[in-house]
Write a protein that binds this ligand. Sequence first.
Ligand code: NDP
Ligand code: HSE
Length: 450
Amino acid sequence: MTYTRGIMEPIKVGLLGFGTVGSGTFNVLHRNQEEISRRAGRGIKITQIAVRNPVKARQVLIDLPDTVELTSDFTAVVDNPSLEIIAEMIGGTDIARELVLRAIYSGKHIVTANKALLAIHGTEIFEAARSKGVIVAFEAAVAGGIPIIKVLRESLTANRIQYIAGIINGTTNFILSEMCERGLDFATALADAQRLGYAEADPAFDIEGIDAAHKATIMAAIAFGVPVQFERAYVEGITQLHAIDIRYAEELGYRIKLLGIVRRTTRGIELRVHPTLIPVKRLIANVEGAMNAVLVYGDAVGATLYYGQGAGAEPTASAVIADLVDITRLCMVNPSNRVPHLAFQPDRLESTPILPIDEVTSSYYLRLRVANQIGVLSDITRILATLGVSIDTLLQKKSEFFDEGRVSETIIILITRETLEKNINLVISRIEALSTVRSSVTRLRMEALN
Ligand code: NDP
Ligand code: HSE
């Protein structure tokens, strides 16, 4: 039997927001429209763009075709009956949520790059979309240009996924690389990331680990078939990270990365973001700048690694447009035959608990300053032994604190074997109570990823 496809009108898209991602999407779609429509089977046209200041946007977009209308009326775009897709490129969880829900209830498909929105309001949004039979596509929400959502939802569908560990925030990886390789200070590196369009509108979301936790939350839901539960994620950013620990980690053969980790265990799911020491010989430890990388371990496939630009206008546009093409191809398909939003059938999501950080198992890097006197080390090792925590490496470094020409304090670095976080908390509080210990204990988690 031969199938023929009639000539179809282009599918019309309304764009909400015209910043880094919105303008990148417009430009790439415009530049590659011929190639994209050959793939989609139909043209894809942005016909209306909502911006707060159309005059300013018009000045930037000198080549904007007359067929594209700029308006400051966001609801008029959402309500426009000639549009089939609304691409939400505003960000945040207030106006974006209102507009996305309104668009869904008026029967429009959604493309969004907004991980905050989905990590926090995903359950409500996916339920609304299901009730209206529309698609909510969000490839750009996790790891920018890397098609990790497609991988987790479709390509690895045969697998029971065991864990995902990812460098999923370009801004913080860029900052860590610039500090490490070029010796830049934190503030300068952050300002560069903002200038290059990597950072969130409020960069605290990046540096405090919140953005990575939004993304990890979405990946956990898709990987394990559980609802999005951002409120249960453990989140620690890079603002408390000391340059000295980056240096000591390197000396010990490790690199520090802000990792998003989701792992299936017999007791529940780990969902956490924090600076992590990774052996420098792992590929993922060598991902620098704004690049992202996501390591996914499936029981059948084993370890797989996905690498690419995690932020920026055109890499993100690449993911947004992939979603536009998917919707163009799939909008005529019966909704029950589409890939479910969170990969698992909505009535088959499970309520596996997300483990509190106290119940997470890890190995640890501990750094502290102690008096340079006999017996200190044995006091510390006794505490560890009493609590059943094994030491893998113990290193003593010269401290810069001098007492009448003699070194009076020493820096101790300990690397432990795996133990529960609540055990290491006890270890730390007992060590800090020793009279010979002269500083609080700096603790960093470690992942072997082997
Ligand atoms: P920008 O700040 O560059 O652009 C946001 C756009 O939305 C601007 O046009 C802005 O208008 C408009 N906007 C912001 N707030 C409002 C509001 N309250 N009402 C109406 N319009 C508003 O952000 P990005 O393009 O970087 O990010 C957009 C989304 O994409 C976010 O969800 C972000 O997390 C996500 N994302 C970003 C990536 C990146 O590399 N930048 C990568 C992946 C995802 P105005 O110009 O007037 O301020
Ligand atoms: N601010 C985000 C980052 C943008 O730096 O990764 C991409 O999601």
